[in-house]
Write a new protein. Structure first.
Length: 338
DNA sequence: AAAGGTGCCAACCGCAACTTA
DNA sequence: GTAAGTTGCGGTTGGCACCTT
């Protein structure tokens, strides 16, 4: 036996809302508020609609200051960054974008942003495949030059097995850390706290990744404890799948290649769905969001004429962008402080 | 011009969390 | 403590508009 329906479906109109229905609902809510009961609201105003439908219509369409379409690059960046860190938590992502609804963002992601990024990804993958191939060919030539009769040539073996790798450079490290910082900033703004901000915390658990980027988490205070834990799980997974687990460096005529065989949490990919993982890698391999979108498109880039932040990291950009979003914006409603 | 395909978006559905009695 | 009612969320779908053949 299922639960009772929230309304009498036989007497409820479905489908698109008429202007009259919109006007009725809007006028009533603006005059009286929702009354704290969406289920009873349609009967009060004589609408043959389900309460859930009224709520949805109000939140997604009739509510003041709703914006539709025309997502900016900075909004794209925020959506991508949050999607990587917390996944498809559209309501949380929407909370960072005033005037946007979770439904709008979800639709935008599914219809445009995802494809846009996949398009970028294809190009990157092609470029990477090409560079990987030429690298392999070069290695093969080199290995043939140094072939020793009677010895197994290991270089030719591993070149066949090696995945496309991103050379680890200080620049990549910086970008990686800067993106981590930006995600961290967002998560902190969402109510979390990192224990390295509060070193005296006794509930800290610390994990270290191969490059000593630490992500200790203190969940002793959080506006949304579960959200924060989830985010941290995903974030720690994301950090572990970064190409930083693989290194490739070249000194003079010697090529060093290694993949850190890390067990436990460091080789986790769970917690990110395939697209999230790919997107995360794409961004890192693309030199961060700047590489993905180009600095011209970033907040404060040349298009806005504020050249002082042209070289800003995503973390900087986020901190610049966020305050203007916050003003006049409602915080998440169902946050609770323990 | 018509048919079929595709993209987009508003709205629906079902489930889980939360609140209340 | 628990059952019923309500809210909020994310996934999915239906239908319209536009594009391609």
């Amino acid at each position: 036996m299922g639960r009772a329906p929230c309304c009498d479906k036989a007497n409820v109109k479905k489908g698109p809302w008429s202007p009259e229905e919109d006007a009725k609902l809007k006028a009533y809510i603006e005059a009286n508020g929702t009354g704290g009961n969406w289920i009873a609201l349609p009967q009060k105003i004589g609408l043959k609609r389900c309460g859930k439908s009224c709520r949805l219509r109000w939140l997604n369409y009739l509510r003041p200051n709703i914006r539709h379409g025309g997502f900016s690059e900075e909004e794209d960046n925020i959506i991508c960054s949050l999607y990587i860190s917390i996944g498809s938590r559209w309501s949380i992502i929407a909370a960072q974008l005033p005037g946007r609804t979770d439904n709008d963002i979800k639709n935008y992601w599914n219809t445009k942003l995802k494809k846009k990024l996949l398009g970028k990804q294809t190009k990157v993958q092609q470029a990477r495949s090409a560079s990987c191939l030429s690298f392999k060919q070069e290695m093969k030539r080199e290995s043939e030059n140094y072939r020793v009769p009677g010895m197994v040539n290991q270089a030719s073996d591993w070149t066949l097995l090696s995945p496309p790798v991103m050379p680890l450079t200080s620049t990549n490290q910086d970008l990686y850390l800067r993106d981590q910082d930006s995600i961290r900033n967002i998560l902190v703004k969402l109510g979390g706290r990192f224990s390295d901000d509060h070193p005296q915390s006794s509930t800290t658990s610390t994990t270290t990744n191969p490059m000593n980027f630490r992500y200790p988490f203190d969940v002793s205070f959080s506006q949304d404890h579960q959200l924060y834990e989830d985010s941290m799980t995903i974030l720690s997974s994301a950090s572990s799948i970064s190409p930083l687990n693989s290194t490739c460096s070249q000194t003079n005529s010697t090529t060093h290649f290694s993949i850190n065989q890390v067990g436990g949490p460091n080789d986790m990919i769970q917690g990110l769905d395939a697209f999230q993982a790919e997107l995360s890698e794409l961004i890192y391999s693309n030199n961060g969001f700047e590489g993905l979108y180009g600095t011209d498109n970033m907040v404060g880039g040349s298009s806005t004429g504020t050249s002082s932040v042209e070289s800003s990291s995503w973390g900087d950009i986020n901190s610049l962008a966020y305050p203007q979003f916050v003003s006049g914006f409602e915080p998440c409603q169902h946050q609770s402080i323990p």
